[in-house]
Design a protein around this ligand. Structure first.
Ligand code: NAD
Length: 313
């Protein structure tokens, strides 16, 4: 397993990370036994970065991951989050952060997490996050309940501004570096190079768009982007390639990203995604994909407070 340094933390993590949102059945029904087998198989095959949150399955992902990690805790780098608890249920207060870590530790059946992150910063007030939320996470770190702290979210510009104002150990960005949207490369990769913050790229499959099964019904991408996603899948099929393998290879190739997170539900998906590590990208196919993507490149959606919306370019 190739491993890369997670910024300046002094820790190396597997280049392929296990996203545990599907364990909370965010991508449809998932039998607990099957999900736990996927986690344990991933550990055996060398994946050591695991990312979860109280929000995924409204605590179910953490509960299941905690059971899956029984006896294996020391073999993984475990990341969870705070401040988001439902689709519209957020609390960025210091008091909630302090309670949240204890709740997560109980569900995860551990004494500490390796990484504690503010979940979806775009739903918070920028000033509160800097003045209250992140200092509360540092206090959790000082207590020994978390080794490192970070921020996560959708708008890359806000992640960058926050990380510049309040130096964190990691920044997790999702759906902003894959075949369809690539502006992590313009905004967060330079930050990682300048400051040494650990960069985590989540949702390399654009939350299921870049799979043969296609996205879940709740997917927020504009219709024309979903259409291009279908065209990419079709093209890959015609070329005898798996769209998942092509998409994952593309994201893994970013040199400034420490780990690329993919949500995995089954042992088969774990094995398929691990197999991609031994492959190389196909420049001719990527050129064909680029031509399909060009009309919608970097077209995304917005979430969170209007004040946190990206600047109009
Ligand atoms: P993803 O792009 O990784 O896609 C997940 C979907 O792809 C699931 O349906 C999964 O079953 C499917 N899949 C995975 N491997 C496959 C394979 N080999 N063949 C066919 N289908 C396959 O989306 P995601 O799970 O949302 O993102 C990855 C992880 O990143 C999450 O689980 C979560 O841990 C993290 N994340 C964090 C945030 C945040 O903090 N704000 C946001 C998004 C994602």
């Amino acid at each position: 397993m190739e491993r890369r340094p997670l910024g300046k933390t002094g820790v190396e993590v597997s280049v392929l990370g296990f996203g545990a949102a599907p364990l909370g059945q965010e991508y449809g029904a998932l039998d607990e036994v099957e999900g736990i087998q996927a986690v344990r198989h991933a550990i055996e095959r060398g994946i050591d970065f695991f990312d979860t949150a109280p929000y995924y399955g409204r605590t179910q992902s953490e509960e299941r991951l905690g059971r899956a990690l029984t006896g294996r805790r020391d073999e993984v780098f475990l990341a969870t989050k705070c401040c988001r608890y439902g689709k519209r249920d957020f609390d960025f207060s210091a008091e909630r952060v302090a309670r949240s870590i204890d709740e997560s530790l109980a569900r995860l059946r551990t004494e500490y997490v390796d990484l504690f992150q503010v979940h979806d910063v775009e739903f918070g007030d920028h000033r509160q996050i800097v003045a209250e939320t992140l200092p509360a996470l540092r206090a959790v770190q000082a207590s020994g309940k978390a080794r490192f702290i970070g921020i996560t979210g959708l708008p890359v510009h806000m992640l960058r501004l926050l990380a510049e104002e309040f130096p964190v150990d990691t920044v997790l960005s999702y759906t902003h570096y894959d075949l369809l949207v690539r502006d992590l490369d313009d905004v967060l990769a330079p930050l990682a190079r300048e400051t040494g913050v650990g960069l985590i790229n989540a949702s390399a499959l654009h939350m299921g768009v870049l799979t043969d099964a296609g996205p879940p019904p709740w997917h927020p991408a504009p219709a024309e982007v979903l259409e291009v996603g279908r065209a990419i899948s079709q093209l890959c099929r015609e070329r005898g390639r798996s769209v998942v393998a092509v998409a994952l290879r593309f994201s893994l190739d970013h040199p400034d990203v420490a780990t690329t997170l993919v949500g995995m539900q089954t042992v088969t998906e774990v094995d398929q995604n691990l197999a991609v590590l031994a492959t190389a990208s196909d420049p001719a196919l990527l050129a064909e994909i680029d031509a399909l993507v060009a009309p919608v490149l970097n077209r995304t959606w917005h979430e969170g407070r209007p004040a946190n919306a990206p600047p109009v370019s």
